[in-house]
Design a protein around this ligand. Structure first.
Ligand code: GLU
Length: 373
């Protein structure tokens, strides 16, 4: 299965971690960038399309600005990113130019992905670049991204980009070999897990134990990105990016890294976007009848099944649905604000009409806008 998925993968999103391209002590690792671009160029020679999500702006900016350590304050991080991003692009551009390849810079924030129109615009631009044979180099737009609009880490961003460009495979290159049974730096008997068929709680727990050296992610965000990709029918390979030649070799059958299989169920792009790109603005708790209707019978959510409403949201926002015990099981786009929902929760449709007058929608969440998690 692994070999077949790797052989067939045509469009690949490749995430490159900070430590592979920059270090705080010596700045950009130009030799290493050359090795990476050689490998990426070899993939392109093999007829594959590559979209890169690269970190390293902040780390490279730290060196350039002569800062003491990784900045804690957001404005200093943003300043470092502004200085580092242009250097990072300069390095990639020069390195790819050597091989006759053209690159393009794209900086994204969560907001660009959460707004469906901007999401589709970004998709068009990226698809056009790919068709023109250009290698897009994506990073978070750190200089403008404050917490509310940040993706926050590039593993998550790469997962979202994989969905954005409708990739066949997500490859996460880092300074570790993949997911281990335990943290290999603390426990020498830890072993690499070559294949994960499903991301269970046990896997998530193991991922939480291991951190990489630079960057914001660690294994936990990589596994979460893989989990989301799997829901979209995408496989993920997490592997070490330090070894020259290994990347093209894995596509020819060499064994390396941790490979995570996709799920059989594949969400549509729109439902995946609702489930994983949008952030929930609130929550509705449902009675047993409504849970059953949504989960087993694929129905829309009506006001009568709602027992509680939390959060502050407007029509069109995303909310999660929980059962009585508070366990989240679905997410969708609501047709009513939290204020209105608080008035009509528990009411039958006829009673809603009496309370509010005839509405545009009877459903609180239409089943086309609802994803069972
Ligand atoms: N966008 C950050 C940078 O370029 C990296 C974030 C991450 O490593 O996850 O420095």
């Amino acid at each position: 299965m692994r070999d077949q998925l790797l052989k067939q993968a045509r469009r690949i999103v490749l995430k490159i971690g900070s430590s592979l391209v920059a270090s705080r002590e010596s700045g950009l690792r130009l030799d290493q960038i050359d090795r990476l671009t050689n490998d990426i160029s070899a993939l392109k020679d093999g007829g594959r399309e590559v979209v890169i999500v690269t970190s390293g702006a902040i780390v490279s900016g730290i060196k350039k600005l002569g800062l003491k350590g990784y900045p804690k304050s957001l404005p200093v991080k943003q300043a470092a990113a502004a200085v580092g991003q242009s250097r990072l692009m300069w390095a990639y551009e020069k390195s790819f130019e050597r091989l006759g390849r053209t690159v393009a810079q794209i900086l994204l924030t969560h907001q660009d992905l959460a707004d469906r129109r901007r999401f589709l615009n970004a998709r068009h631009t990226l698809t056009t670049l790919i068709e023109l044979g250009v290698i897009p180099l994506i990073n978070e737009n750190d200089t403008v991204a404050v917490d509310e609009i940040r993706v926050g880490d590039n593993d998550t961003l790469a997962g979202e980009v994989a969905h954005l460009v409708d990739a066949d495979l997500l490859v996460i290159l880092s300074d570790v070999d993949g997911l281990f049974t335990e943290d290999p730096r603390r426990n020498p008997s830890a072993t690499l897990m070559p294949l994960i068929t499903e991301i269970t709680q046990d896997i998530e727990q193991r991922a939480g134990l291991s951190q990489s050296f630079e960057g914001t992610g660690g294994m936990a965000t990589k596994i979460q990105a893989a989990k989301r990709a799997a829901e979209y029918g995408l496989a993920t390979l997490i592997m070490n990016g330090e070894t020259p030649g290994l990347l093209p070799a894995v596509f020819e059958g060499a064994s390396a890294g941790t490979f995570i299989l996709p799920r059989n169920r594949r969400l549509t792009s729109r439902k995946h976007w609702i489930a994983f790109t949008l952030r929930a603005k609130g929550q509705v708790a449902l009675d047993e009848g409504a849970v059953e209707a949504l989960v087993r019978r694929g129905k829309s959510l009506l006001p009568s099944g709602i027992i509680a409403v939390t959060g502050d949201f407007d029509p069109g926002d995303a909310v999660t649905c929980t059962d009585r015990e508070g366990k989240e099981f679905a997410k969708g786009l609501v047709n009513f604000s939290s204020v209105t929902l608080n008035r009509i929760k528990g009411l039958k449709t006829a009673e809603v009409h009496r309370a509010l007058g005839q509405q545009e929608y009877d459903e609180v969440i239409h089943r086309d806008n609802l994803v069972i998690l």
